[in-house]
Design a protein around this ligand. Structure first.
Ligand SMILES: Cc1cc2nc3c(=O)[nH]c(=O)nc-3n(C[C@H](O)[C@H](O)[C@H](O)COP(=O)(O)OP(=O)(O)OC[C@H]3O[C@@H](n4cnc5c(N)ncnc54)[C@H](O)[C@@H]3O)c2cc1C
Length: 590
């Protein structure tokens, strides 16, 4: 049985990272030029890591399956990124961010990592501002913050509802500088198919060029996996459909341990499922819970009338509405942690109070925020605060300036105007805290193979908070890995270039080619989506928001029977020569 060693440095929690950095082995600038590093994935984690490693002097090869690093799934992040800057003067500190994150992770986080994360969080904001990331600013021109669920301070930095996009453009421009210098070789439209180990160490990858199908070999002294999370396992999620977990899975099959795969964050504010034709769900950012009030009708009859179209939500007077989060959790109200809000919505819908056709939706209502902001604006402008039309118009303007793009997105998808009628929302799979196990240096159980960003099992335990994934991805890429990888690479300064003409590369390439052949020529009668959808339904129903022993056991049986249904057989034409290969192929689906 392998022993896991997290290699957490000794000393008090607030000094661990500083002491570690002071004692870690370094690679000199001249030696860095002799060392190659592969980075798989160029989202916020991989992009920031590739740019920083190249800036330090390493030769970086970066890979993504999209046509540009700008299209990584990170671009979808809406709400914001946490940092312990205490710009609001509301009592925030490194310790409070650490404490909230550990508590938000249900006390299952690795505390040394979380403390380090809180420490470097402030640097991330400075770094991104220096890159020109247009974070929202307040009236006086200073960086603004908003609140996110589960905490009592405002520490979330944001760029409207497009924070991920702006941060990714920052990382992408940093990468581009290095691409222009020749320090990063960028391989767009390349999918990593396997990792290559030489003498037990990660020494390269096999990729498939997605334009022409060519299988290629790439070697390096270390391989960094930054390939994102596994939320798409559930089929319907807020992830892009392309966000697959194949890279993490490949390294797992080659010896990288996985940790906490049961920890998936379910986001309470997503556009509800409308039917069986959907391939993804759309997030409505958590920031909306700053101003939106969540409710369902108090009576089942009203809920039923709304579902059947006999009643409109706006027809229901205040006393007939149940603002159930405000009622149950007066201290946090609508800003309870994500898991609490999600479970509460499910509980109300399961009890028969759901408001859309499927009965799986609750309202997120901005009417009172519109009036509140409108009155304030009217007062500021010296206009009549009691004129409801003026107040509503002014209030809508404020809401538009804060969440305009989200409201527009909602209207395009649902065909209802959320300024006039409450949004409908329901929880959906959003972000995965489990992933590839890493030690304090972010190295997996394969020597020389590192995992960063959502791909690793992260610092967050069973995280129920928002705005912490972006923080972790950028902390890993800009501020942690660039130090810790040196400790490993210090042994490689005399190794010289790693050849791809070796038995290990031959074998890895052969197996990849055989697998592709089987998939392409197996003459199956069902599509990839057929299996994905079925698997997703099993996982959502049995391993989703609520789980129990019976459900989990049933899920195992159902997955086994689905696997039987998908049973790739070599065709006559296929040169699937060795039985060993076939066995390996089948186990890769287990
Ligand atoms: C809709 C949405 C909104 C969100 N909003 C927020 C928010 O407001 N705040 C917050 O903190 N978090 C948010 N999150 C979570 C956060 O966006 C993600 O956790 C984070 O962006 C993941 O970044 P990453 O770099 O680890 O992975 P990704 O951005 O997913 O990048 C993965 C990269 O790996 C590449 N890749 C994957 N597999 C392979 C392969 N086999 N071969 C080659 N390349 C491969 C891809 O091409 C891509 O470049 C949100 C998530 C979603 C879904």
């Amino acid at each position: 049985m392998a022993q896991l060693n997290s290699k957490i440095p000794k000393g008090s929690i607030s000094e661990k990272w500083t002491n570690h950095k002071n004692n870690i082995r370094l690679v000199s600038p001249a030696n860095k030029r002799q060392i190659d590093v592969i980075v798989v994935g160029t989202g916020l984690a991989g992009g920031s890591a590739a740019a920083t490693l190249a800036e330090l002097g390493y030769n970086v090869k970066a890979f993504c399956f999209q046509d540009s690093p700008r299209r990584a799934h990170s671009i979808a992040a809406q709400g914001g990124i946490n940092a312990a800057k205490n710009y609001q003067g509301d009592g925030d500190s490194i310790y409070r961010l650490f404490y909230d994150t550990v508590k938000g992770g249900d006390y299952r986080s690795r505390e040394a990592n979380v403390y380090r994360l809180a420490e470097v969080s402030a640097n991330i904001i400075d770094q991104c501002v220096a890159q020109g990331v247009p974070f929202a600013r307040d009236y006086g021109g200073l960086l603004d913050n908003r609140s996110f669920g589960g905490v009592l301070v405002s520490r979330t930095f944001y760029a409207k509802g497009q924070t991920g996009q702006q941060l990714l453009l920052g990382a992408y421009s940093a990468m581009n500088r290095q691409i222009a210098r020749g320090k990063i070789k960028m391989f767009n439209r390349h999918e990593m198919m396997d990792i290559v180990k030489v003498n037990g160490k990660a020494r390269g990858i096999i990729t498939r060029n997605l334009i022409n199908g060519k299988i290629e070999r790439h070697s390096a002294h270390a391989v960094v996996i930054a390939s994102g999370g596994y939320g798409n396992l559930f089929y319907l999620s807020t992830n892009a459909m392309g966000s697959n977990v194949s890279a993490s899975w490949k390294i797992h099959k080659k010896g990288a341990f996985f940790a906490n795969p049961c920890f998936t964050q379910i986001h309470p504010t997503c556009i509800p499922v409308s039917g069986d034709h959907q391939s993804k769900l759309t997030l409505m950012s958590e920031s909306l819970r700053n101003d939106g009030r969540i409710w369902v009708p108090k009576s089942k009859k009203d809920a039923n009338d709304i579902r059947e179209g006999r009643l409109k939500p706006t027809d229901l007077s205040e006393d007939k509405r149940d603002y159930y989060l405000e009622r149950r959790y007066p201290a946090f109200g609508n800003l309870v942690p994500r898991d609490v809000a999600s479970r509460a919505a499910k509980e109300r819908c399961d009890a028969g109070y759901g408001v859309n056709k499927t009965g799986e939706a609750v309202y997120l209502d901005f009417a009172s925020a519109i009036i509140r902001y409108g009155k304030e604006k009217a007062h500021l402008k010296g206009l009549d605060e009691n004129n409801i039309n003026i107040v509503k118009e002014l209030g809508k303007e404020v809401i538009k300036s804060k969440y305009g793009n989200l409201f527009q997105m909602y209207e395009k998808i649902v065909d209802q105007n959320p300024y006039e009628t409450p949004m409908m929302i329901y929880p959906a799979v959003h972000y995965t805290m489990g992933g590839v196990w890493v030690d304090y240096n972010l190295m997996t159980t394969i020597p020389g193979c590192f995992a960063i960003g959502e791909a690793n099992f992260s610092d967050h335990g069973a995280n129920r908070l928002g705005a912490s994934a972006l923080m972790q991805g950028l902390a890993d890429g800009y501020f942690v890995l660039p130090y810790t990888i040196g400790d490993y690479l210090a042994d490689d300064i005399r190794t010289g270039p790693i050849s791809t003409k070796s038995q290990e590369f031959d074998e890895a390439e052969k197996i990849v080619k055989e697998k592709i052949k089987v998939l392409i020529s197996n003459k199956g009668s069902k599509s990839v989506d057929y299996f994905h959808k079925k698997l997703g339904k099993i996982i959502w129903n049995k391993c989703g928001m609520s789980r129990n022993e019976k459900g989990l056991k049933d899920a195992i049986k159902e997955i086994q029977s689905l696997r039987k249904d998908f049973n790739p057989k070599p065709t006559k034409k296929s040169s699937f020569s060795s039985l060993a290969c076939l066995r390996q192929f089948r186990t890769s689906f287990k």
